[in-house]
Design a protein around this ligand. Structure first.
Ligand code: UN1
Length: 478
């Protein structure tokens, strides 16, 4: 029997009128299951339930919320292998990375269990005699969460956990290509003691479910991670109705390699940053900017390292790079490879699909030597496709690094303290990595970018309180 994934609304599992397939990108002949398509009426019901349930949830003690979040985190951690397998099957991320992501989701719930007990506030003296001032944080209310497919456990976790910790209720829409991971997470949450209506899962398309979430009058705030096009549309809709919004969108992250770098370390950073998770990270190192004296040596080592990468099914033990996650993304990657060829970028490695046995979306890791103005150097591809380009010196490298409409991460490989210090100060990004891949962030610190990458308050760590709470200033005279 095909596994069916349903929505979870007001404490009940809700089937749909129709079902859509949940594909396995490593093996198209063995789908993961199918999910029930929710519609606008389902969202309306979820939002109404969330509104009613939120008041009592906000009135629970921090300890009650901490215990619930801790329970969710413990179960995810205890089941990380099983959840990792599900993630690998559904999204195509190779098993070790998928298990790592499941563990990270568990740790995020545990972190926010602690944060529930540490909701910050301030007490100050007034400028007027006999008056005290208290600044407290209250929940924003009902939070809509729209998550992408590339981190189907970790990103929902880093939005749902703080929402619940600070006393909000949630209407969560996962990407429709990863309903099983969302369902598994919801199933754990449904048994952890969260009152009915506080957490709702609504599975469906952006056009129907996403749109209905933005339009629902009960929604007070919206957290979104996904494409620039969708994010900008949501921003317009949110502005029209004065909705608090937080957007994490694309990246075209530079990794600068200086002539003084440890070249083997730089190649490891570039391979990981550009190609692991099949390049499907908004933090991916998609622009490799290399100082001329080491350019040829770097490219040669990259080619050698890329040759050794094994493309294969997500669950196979020797796979370095899993399949591309969906037909749509596969199409996009291949079309950018064609664009690169057509605009005269030089293909240094890869560019072809791979036959690994089972039918799936297998693509070689691909490296182009490209000019900064080539489309493949400018636009986010979101696949295992990177560009490399030479820089004359550090200043040139920095200006190439900053020459983008995005500003999520920036990396530099160098042994120079001067370059490190300067780059940390002048990279126009939200996150700087020194001698590390641009992708791969810690769960307990601020995450987010500048320029066209992000909008609104940062996610994660203590900074999550900015979005998931609203500040109240109270004046009291004796
Ligand atoms: C990471 O690099 O560890 O969608 C996290 C993304 C990011 C998360 C990246 N929001 O790829």
């Amino acid at each position: 029997m095909t596994q069916k994934y349903e929505s979870y609304i007001a404490g009940r599992w809700v089937g749909g009128k129709s079902f859509s397939p949940d594909e396995n990108p490593s093996d198209l002949d063995n789908p993961v299951g199918e999910f029930a398509d929710a519609d606008a009426a389902d969202v309306a019901e979820a939002a109404a339930a969330a509104k009613v349930a939120q008041r009592a949830w906000a009135a629970t003690t921090p300890q009650q919320r901490a215990d619930i979040l801790d329970r969710i985190g413990s179960e995810i951690l205890a089941r990380k292998e099983e959840l990792g397998r599900l993630l690998a099957m559904e999204e195509g991320k190779r098993l070790p990375e998928s298990m790592g992501e499941a563990a990270r989701a568990g740790q995020i719930f545990k972190f926010f269990a602690g944060e529930a007990l540490r909701i910050p506030g301030e007490r100050l003296a007034s400028t007027r005699p006999g008056v005290d001032i208290e600044i407290t944080r209250e929940p924003v209310g009902v939070v809509g969460i729209i998550a992408p497919w590339n981190f189907p456990l970790a990103i929902p976790a880093w939005k749902i956990a703080p929402a619940l910790a600070y006393g909000n209720s949630v209407v969560f829409k996962p990407a429709e290509s990863v309903p099983a991971c969302a369902w598994a997470l919801a199933e754990i949450i449904s048994r952890a003691g969260v009152p009915d209506g506080v957490f709702n899962l609504v599975i469906g398309t952006g056009g129907v479910v996403g749109k209905a979430i933005v339009d629902a009058p009960e929604i007070d705030a919206l957290s979104f991670t996904g494409s620039v096009a969708t994010g900008n549309r949501l921003l317009q809709d949110a502005a029209a109705r004065g909705l608090k919004i937080q957007l994490e969108m694309g990246g075209k992250n530079p990794l600068v390699v200086m002539a003084d770098a440890d070249l083997d370390q730089a190649v490891r950073c570039a391979i990981d940053g550009a190609f692991f998770s099949t390049g499907q990270r908004c933090t991916a190192s998609s622009r490799l900017i290399v100082e001329r004296p080491v350019y040829d040596a770097f490219v040669e080592r990259m080619q050698k390292a890329m040759q050794a990468l094994k493309v294969g099914p997500a669950l196979a033990g020797d796979t370095d790079i899993g399949p591309v996650a969906s037909a749509r993304q596969f199409e996009q990657d291949r079309s950018y490879i064609q664009i690169g060829r057509d605009e005269g970028a030089r293909l240094l490695w890869g560019g072809e699909t791979v036959d690994v046995g089972p039918r799936g979306y297998y693509l070689q890791p691909t490296l182009f030597e490209a000019r900064p103005d080539h489309r493949i150097s400018v636009e986010e591809i979101f696949g295992p496709v990177a560009c490399v380009m030479p820089a004359d010196d550090y200043e040139h490298a920095l200006s190439l690094a900053n020459d983008t409409r995005y500003g999520l991460c920036g990396g530099i490989c160098t042994t120079s303290l001067r370059h490190t210090t300067h780059f940390k100060r002048h990279a126009q990004v939200g996150m700087v990595m020194v001698n590390l891949p641009t992708a791969g962030v810690d769960p307990h610190v601020a995450f987010g970018g500048r320029k066209g990458s992000s909008y609104g308050p940062r996610e994660q760590g203590r900074y999550a309180a900015e979005f998931y709470t609203t500040v109240k200033t109270a004046y009291t005279a004796a």
